[in-house]
Design a protein. Structure first.
Lengths: 295, 306
C-alpha cells in the first residue's frame, strides 16, 4: 500500500469528522476526493489504510470521539453566545439549527468566538424565523453583546479640558465614542427577552412588534454589558457623532426634528452629562470653527 | 541509591521553578481579584484575550475587551504564561500569519514567562475544527512541523513550548512512537516541551503503551512545564481528556514519576469544563505541591552523605 501524505490524511480526516451524515456513513462511502488522488496512490485512501484498529474500540468509535467533540464543542460555544436564542427555540431545535449552520458556515477562524459571526444572518433565512419573527433581531442583539465584551475601552475622558471652551469650540468639537458601544434599532422588544435569559421561568415571547422602532444602546461598564432603550434623538445624535460629525452639525440637524417633537430645547447637555457618566464619550477633538450652536 | 553528577543536573536544571499554578478561567476572575489567592502563577488561553474578527477598526489586531482588562488586573500581582489552542502547528495549511501577529502583540503587551501551544493540527484547507488532532509520527511530519516551529519562533521572537496531546486514534503508517517524535522535534526545532502528564496517561491507556516508557523517552532538559488534569472514562474503558474531573490517582502517581525524572518543573492544574469553585483548584495545586516536596525530600535523602 502506498503511504498517504500528511496533507491527504488531514483532508480525509476533516471530511470524516465533519461529515453531517456521521462517521459510519462517511466511512461506508468513498471519499469524494478519492478519484482526484488516484494518480498519487495505487489504492484509494480509506480508513483501514490510515487508522490503526485496536481494542476496545473500533475505528468508527475512535474517529467518533473527534466527530462528537467537533460538533459539541462548537454547539456549546454557540449556545453560550446565543443563550436567549437557544432558550426561545429550545435545545433540540437549536441543535438542529447549528448542525445546518456549521455545514454552511464552518469555522475559518482561530478564535472560536468568531464561529457565530454569521449566525444572525443564517437565522434570518431559517424557517424558524417564521415561527419566531423576532429571532433574527434577538440573534443580532446577542452578537452585538459579544462584540461589546471583546472590544477594548479607550481611556476615560478628562472633562477638565472642556470646562473653558467657548460655544464656537463646542460646535466644532468632534466626539470620540468608546469603541465598545453598539447602537441598534430593532422592532421587537428583544432587549426585554435578553434581560430575562437567566430566569428559570419560561420566557414570555413577544406576540407583535412595537408600534415604532426601539433604539438600543449597548455599552460595557466595570461589570458587564448594559442594554438600554434610549430616546430616538439621543440615539441619532450618538450615531452621527460616531460617524465623525461635529457637535454643531449634529445639533443643527436634530434641532429641526426636535422642534416638531417638543417645545423644549434640544437636551444636548443632559445627554452629554449622561454619556460622560456612562463612559460613552472617551475623547473630544477640539477644532477651530465659525459654526455656532446653542447648547 | 546514590545519584551521579549527571543525575544531579537532570534533577535541578537551570530553569525557573514557579511551583504549581492554575489555569485562569473567567468563572474565577471575581474570586482571584477579591481574595488574591496564594497561587504562584496563572496560565491563560491566548485566544480568549484576542479580539473577535470584524469588531471596530480601532481595535482590530489588538487583544481587547473585558477579558483583557481582567487579565491586566490579574497580571499586576501574578506571573502569567500564554497557552494557545489554535497555532495549528501540525497542519499542512500555511501558518495563520494574522493569528501569529495577534499572538505576538498579546505576548509583547502581557509579557508572559513563556508561550505554549499543542503538538497537533486543528484544521486544514482553511477550516478550523477547534480540536487537537494527532499527527502521524512520520519523518515527513517531523520535518514539516520542525520547520514550522522554527518559523513561529522567529516570528514571535521567542522559543515556544509544545504540549503532547491526548489521542484517540493512531496511524498505521507512523514510523516511530510519539515520545521519539516529541523528543526529536524539540531537538530539531530547538523548542521546549510542555509535558501533559494526564495526556501521557490517557494516550497510554487508549493505545496500550507504558506511560513510564513515554517519560523515559522525553529529554529532561527540554521539559519546561507540566500539565495536570482530570479525564473521563467511557463504559468501554476508553479515556477522554475532558478536563472536567479531579486528577485521578494513576495520574498523580505518574506525576510523582515525572517529578522524579524532570525535577523542579512548574506544573499547572487545568480544569475547563464543569468548573468548580476556585478553592477546589487550589486544593489540587496543594496536592501537586505536596508530591513535589515529597520527591525533592526523597532525593535530598538519597544525596545526603551517610
Amino acid at each position: 500500500m502506498s503511504q498517504p501524505s500528511l496533507v491527504d490524511i488531514q483532508r480525509w480526516m476533516r471530511w470524516v469528522i465533519t461529515e453531517p451524515r456521521g462517521i459510519r456513513e462517511a466511512l461506508s462511502t468513498p471519499w469524494t476526493l478519492d478519484s482526484a488522488l488516484a494518480h498519487r496512490y495505487k489504492e484509494p485512501v480509506r480508513q483501514w489504510d490510515v487508522i490503526e484498529e485496536a481494542a476496545p474500540l473500533t475505528t468508527h468509535d475512535r474517529l467518533g470521539v473527534y466527530a462528537n467533540a467537533y460538533f459539541y464543542r462548537l454547539l456549546e460555544s454557540l449556545a453560550a453566545d446565543y443563550k436567549t436564542v437557544q432558550r426561545v427555540v429550545g435545545e433540540e431545535k437549536f441543535h438542529d439549527v447549528i448542525a445546518h449552520y456549521l455545514m454552511r458556515y464552518p469555522s475559518h477562524s482561530p478564535n472560536i468566538g468568531d464561529v457565530g459571526e454569521t449566525l444572525p444572518g443564517f437565522i434570518k433565512e431559517h424557517p424558524l424565523s417564521k415561527q419566531f419573527p423576532f429571532l433574527h433581531e434577538l440573534a443580532l442583539l446577542e452578537r452585538a453583546v459579544m462584540e461589546c465584551i471583546f472590544t477594548h475601552h479607550l481611556s476615560a475622558l478628562d472633562v477638565r479640558s472642556s470646562q473653558t471652551k467657548t460655544e464656537e469650540e463646542w460646535a466644532a468639537a468632534r466626539f470620540v465614542l468608546d469603541p465598545a458601544i453598539r447602537l441598534m434599532r430593532v422592532h421587537w422588544p428583544v432587549d426585554r427577552l435578553w434581560k430575562c435569559r437567566e430566569q428559570s421561568e419560561p420566557l414570555e415571547l413577544p406576540e407583535a412588534p412595537d408600534p415604532g422602532p426601539r433604539h438600543l444602546l449597548l455599552y460595557r461598564d466595570d461589570n458587564w454589558v448594559r442594554v438600554s432603550v434610549i430616546e430616538n434623538h439621543a440615539w441619532t445624535a450618538l450615531h452621527m457623532l460616531r460617524s465623525g460629525m461635529s457637535l454643531g452639525a449634529v445639533c443643527k440637524i436634530l434641532s429641526k426634528q426636535w422642534s416638531a417633537h417638543s417645545e423644549k430645547k434640544l437636551p444636548v447637555m443632559e445627554w452629554f452629562s449622561s454619556w460622560i457618566a456612562t463612559g460613552l464619550v472617551r475623547n473630544i477633538i477640539w477644532e477651530e470653527s465659525k459654526e455656532t450652536t446653542h447648547l | 541509591m546514590m545519584m551521579t553528577n549527571s543525575d544531579l543536573n537532570r534533577v535541578h536544571p537551570p530553569r525557573p521553578d514557579l511551583g504549581v499554578g492554575v489555569g485562569l478561567r473567567s468563572n474565577h476572575y471575581g474570586a482571584i481579584l477579591s481574595q488574591r489567592p496564594a497561587i504562584p502563577w496563572f496560565e491563560v488561553i491566548s485566544e480568549n484575550f484576542m479580539t473577535l474578527r470584524n469588531t471596530d477598526p480601532e481595535s482590530r489586531g489588538f487583544p481587547g475587551g473585558r477579558p483583557r482588562e481582567m487579565l491586566d488586573l490579574i497580571r499586576k500581582d501574578y506571573p502569567i504564561v500564554l497557552h494557545g489552542v489554535s497555532l495549528n502547528i501540525g497542519s499542512t495549511d500555511p501558518l495563520w500569519l494574522d493569528y501569529l501577529k495577534k499572538l505576538k502583540v498579546l505576548a509583547d503587551e502581557t509579557q508572559p514567562l513563556w508561550v505554549s501551544d499543542h503538538l497537533c493540527w486543528t484544521g486544514v484547507e482553511g477550516e478550523n475544527l477547534h480540536d487537537l488532532l494527532p499527527i502521524p509520527y512520520t519523518e515527513e511530519a517531523l520535518a514539516h512541523v520542525a520547520e514550522r516551529v522554527k518559523q513561529v519562533q522567529d516570528l514571535l521572537g521567542r522559543r515556544i513550548l509544545l504540549e503532547n496531546v491526548s489521542s484517540y486514534v493512531s496511524y498505521k503508517h507512523s514510523q516511530m512512537p510519539e515520545w521519539e517524535f516529541v523528543a526529536e522535534l524539540a531537538r530539531r526545532a530547538d523548542c521546549g516541551i510542555l509535558l501533559d502528564v494526564n495526556n501521557v496517561y490517557v494516550s497510554a491507556m487508549n493505545h496500550g503503551f507504558d506511560p513510564k516508557t513515554y517519560l523515559d523517552g522525553i529529554p529532561v532538559d527540554r521539559v519546561r512545564q507540566m500539565h495536570l488534569a482530570g479525564y473521563s472514562q467511557e463504559d468501554t474503558g476508553f479515556l477522554i481528556d475532558t478536563h472536567d474531573h479531579p486528577i485521578t490517582s494513576p495520574v498523580w502517581d505518574l506525576y510523582r514519576e515525572s517529578v522524579r525524572r524532570f525535577g523542579a518543573v512548574p506544573a499547572l492544574i487545568e480544569w475547563d469544563d464543569k468548573i468548580p469553585p476556585f478553592e477546589v483548584l487550589e486544593q489540587e495545586a496543594k496536592k501537586a505541591e505536596t508530591i513535589r516536596e515529597e520527591v525533592f525530600k526523597e532525593q535530598m535523602i538519597c544525596l545526603s552523605p551517610r
